[in-house]
Design a protein around this ligand. Structure first.
Ligand SMILES: [Zn+2]
Length: 341
């Protein structure tokens, strides 16, 4: 299927919230990882998200180039070209972008979409995240409103964050004093400001004790009931139409019952990065240990070309990551839910 356009994207969100399931949103940094997500989604008959972080995008452009806009365009182009070969819809999204990086990452990508639309072509990305969680809420929302007004004109969807996800991602560490639990007052303010932008769509990453990275079981004190409190407050004050589409960040390593409760409260997109990184790399390590002598030219031997051809282990890693995507789909109750029939 083609990459989800605005109408399909909105339908994805509605279906997920109504059906109390969520789509995995998987970070990719290369063709192999992007292909792994498509394979995993297709095999579990689920739509989903492919997303790119600023660091992942810089990496994708090549270590000699390190241009995050170029890398993001390159991966998105690839997904647009191959998505047709998979019987599911994917949305293309960019992950955390702090205020000081907007001009260097999100805005040039929005300009690229604006140029494409002017030429009658589809959007490059479907949605972008602005992460203003390090700012006071008012400043965060001032920037978000400006972005949303621009996004609306190009059928782009905005993801924002209120409250701070703990842990570390892409080298950005949340401070110890960070606000790990969003309050209903905060989310009411989000709705009051963003719903004033008529006809626009946004996703809200509300925090309920979630952390980036992975921690041993028991270390993460998730309180998904906070999400219900936020939804109840906004619906009571502003009506059912104001109910949020929520995003769950830092989901790797979470207990399943917490994940399911979050889905019950309107989480429609769950970011999974760390678990996917592990699945991909573990498969490569396994290959290397099994083919130790073939990969290394031990004692002047010529080694085994089949074992050190990068395709051999990248294909295994792609399959392993696809399996992990399938597991995520199943845990998020999304298996078999694709709109593509
Ligand atoms: Zn995140």
């Amino acid at each position: 299927m083609p990459v989800a356009d605005y109408a399909r994207y909105c339908e994805m969100l509605e279906r997920a919230r109504k059906g109390k399931f969520a789509y995995p949103a998987v970070n990719v940094t290369s063709l192999s990882t992007a292909n792994a997500v498509l394979k995993g989604l297709a095999e579990s008959r689920s739509d989903g998200f492919i997303q790119i972080s600023t660091g992942g995008a810089a990496f994708a452009s090549g270590t000699a180039v390190k241009d995050m806009v170029l890398g993001a365009v390159s991966i998105a182009e690839h997904v647009h070209r191959v998505a047709d070969r998979y019987p599911v819809y994917v949305a293309l999204h960019t992950d955390h972008c702090q205020a000081d990086k907007l001009e260097k990452f999100v805005i040039p990508l929005v300009e690229e979409t604006e140029r494409r639309r002017a030429a009658g072509r589809p959007n490059l990305f479907s949605s972008h995240m602005f992460d203003g969680s390090a700012l006071p809420l008012e400043k965060n929302l001032d920037i978000a409103v400006k972005l949303l007004e621009r996004f609306r004109k190009s059928d782009l969807i905005l993801e924002i964050e209120a409250g701070v996800v703990g842990g570390e991602e892409d080298g950005i560490k949340a401070s110890g004093a960070a606000k790990l639990y969003t309050t209903p007052e905060d989310t009411l303010e989000v709705a009051r400001r963003l719903n004033a932008v008529q006809g626009a769509r946004y996703l809200l990453a509300a925090t309920f004790g979630n952390v980036h990275g992975v921690y041993k079981p028991g270390h993460v004190k998730l309180k998904p009931s906070i999400l219900k409190d936020c939804q109840d407050a906004v619906v009571e004050r502003l009506g059912e139409a104001a109910r949020f589409f929520l995003v769950f960040h830092g989901g790797s390593g979470s207990e399943l019952r917490d994940v399911h409760e979050a889905l019950d409260h309107g989480v429609v997109k769950m970011n999974v990065d760390t678990d996917m990184q592990y699945a991909f790399t573990r498969a490569i390590v396994d290959h290397c240990f099994r083919n130790y002598a073939g990969i290394l030219k031990v004692d002047g031997d010529v080694g085994d070309k089949k074992a050190y051809d990068p395709r051999s282990y990248l294909a295994i890693a792609e399959a392993a990551m696809a399996e992990r995507v399938k597991q995520a789909v199943s845990e998020l109750r999304a298996a078999g839910t694709t709109m593509a029939h």
